[in-house]
Design a protein around this ligand. Structure first.
Ligand code: GDP
Length: 303
């Protein structure tokens, strides 16, 4: 399946609602009126595109109508261009791995999809001809370690884990040594689903980060915050707290297939100034995709 088809399917709920609303508004009024602009605003806000992006799209629609008349009343094309422009400004694609081991630390609250994302990332790396290892640093929950081990078997990737209750930083330390011994290209580290309000757990995360830095200069090469799209703008508060504890380099936004508020990808990136690196469009291994601004904008605003 092509990339655009994957984006289309994963963003189906958001697109269906937006497209239906936009068509209804444009059909109901062949002219751009204050009322149609208001309705348009409501539909963009309902998709969680956020006030800033919504304003920007409305201004562009108005300008397009004023300069081109009826032909400029093409909300789909205008919105697509604006979203793409705004997202494209950030550095989005995960870069090529540096020489040697590339360490990716995954953080986020419980249930956002960290563990499955770690496995999906290993699958993604393998698909690009790289080797990967997984580290289970959520040593509080035995079930979390077991879950990652199961995923490791499925994606045929070694999983490094410690004894139950072990110090997560010690597990991270051993995992780097093990991944280096195996000459792996990537090490994906799953961490505990710490509630972002729990100070001691944030300290533990900082210790993991510090340990990685000491063990391998330049590591972690990415610290990705995994956010569940269906939590909408609540994700913002999570992101701010995590960013205070460890310097985040990007976001992974999961479960876009389950929400009609996929516009939050745009709003959250604008609010945080952090690039979205991957998006989760379903539960299957291949449903985690590197973010692509153009395909995203197209899938969202296709007529
Ligand atoms: P963790 O607690 O953050 O490690 O979360 P898990 O990795 O255990 O994921 C929680 C649930 O979310 C699991 O049932 C996953 O299959 C599901 N999940 C993760 N990503 C996606 C996604 O992109 N789409 C859908 N539909 N489900 C997802």
């Amino acid at each position: 399946m092509g990339l655009i088809q994957k984006f289309r399917e994963g963003l189906h709920k958001t697109h269906a609602r937006l497209a239906h609303e936009i068509k209804r508004i444009v059909t109901a009024s062949p002219k751009l009126t204050a009322r149609s602009l208001e309705e348009l605003e409501a539909s963009l806000i309902a998709a969680d595109l956020g006030p800033a992006m919504t304003e920007r799209i409305l201004a562009a629609v108005k300008k397009s109508y004023e300069t081109q008349g009826r032909a400029g009343w093409d909300v789909f094309a205008v919105a697509r261009a604006e979203v793409e422009k705004s997202l494209g400004a950030a550095r989005l694609q995960p870069g090529p791995p540096p020489e040697g081991l590339n360490i990716i630390l995954l953080v986020g609250v419980n249930g956002t999809g960290k563990t499955t994302t770690a496995a999906k990332l290993a699958h993604w790396a393998q698909g690009r001809g790289h080797t990967a290892a997984l580290a289970a640093c959520d040593t509080f929950r035995a079930a979390a370690v077991e879950q990652l081990k199961l995923w490791g078997e499925r994606v045929k990737t070694p999983v490094i884990c410690g004894a139950p209750g072990a110090d997560p930083a010690a597990v991270a330390h051993d995992a780097v040594a093990a991944a280096q011994a195996r000459r792996a290209d990537y090490l994906f580290i799953d961490t505990a689903g710490r509630q972002h309000t729990r100070h001691n757990l944030m300290q533990e995360l900082q210790k993991v980060h510090r340990t990685l830095r000491k063990k391998l200069p330049g590591a972690p090469h990415e610290t990705l915050l995994v956010l569940d799209a269906s939590t909408g703008m609540n994700a913002l508060a999570q992101a701010r707290e995590f960013n205070k504890a460890v310097p985040l380099t990007g976001l992974v936004i999961t479960k876009l297939d389950g929400t009609s508020k996929g516009g939050m990808v745009v709003a959250i990136q604008q609010e945080l100034g952090l690039p979205v690196k991957f998006i989760g469009l379903g539960e299957k291994l291949e449903d985690l995709q590197p973010f692509d601004a153009s395909q995203f904008a197209q899938a969202l605003f296709e007529e």
